[in-house]
Design a protein. Structure first.
Length: 94
């Protein structure tokens, strides 16, 4: 994790917020690299919206929870499905 990201994470922790970072950069998947958890990515939000896994399986727990981007685009990633996924996290995250 670089210094800027580390500072941002520290600010979030100090504020007492529970945050889920969702990487929407399909194909490049940069947040898992920035957070230093790329080796922990098994599922991504594409798997979640296509019901191949649960949110518990897809979310990588770290200082700021992470939901990685898919490696490839799919026609199954509709605006409605993605919006529904994001809304499903409202109760668990600030």
């Amino acid at each position: 994790m670089n210094a800027l990201n580390k500072k941002t994470v520290e600010d979030i922790e100090v504020a007492g917020k529970k945050v889920l970072a969702i990487d929407f950069d399909i194909g490049l998947r940069s947040l898992d690299l920035l957070f230093g958890v790329s080796d922990k990515v098994v599922y991504d939000w594409g798997d979640l919206v296509t019901e191949r896994c649960t949110s518990e399986q897809a979310i990588i727990g770290c200082e700021v929870d992470l939901l990685a981007a898919p490696r490839n685009f799919s026609e199954d990633f509709t605006a409605e499905k993605v919006a529904k996924m994001v809304k499903s996290f409202k109760k668990s995250y600030d």
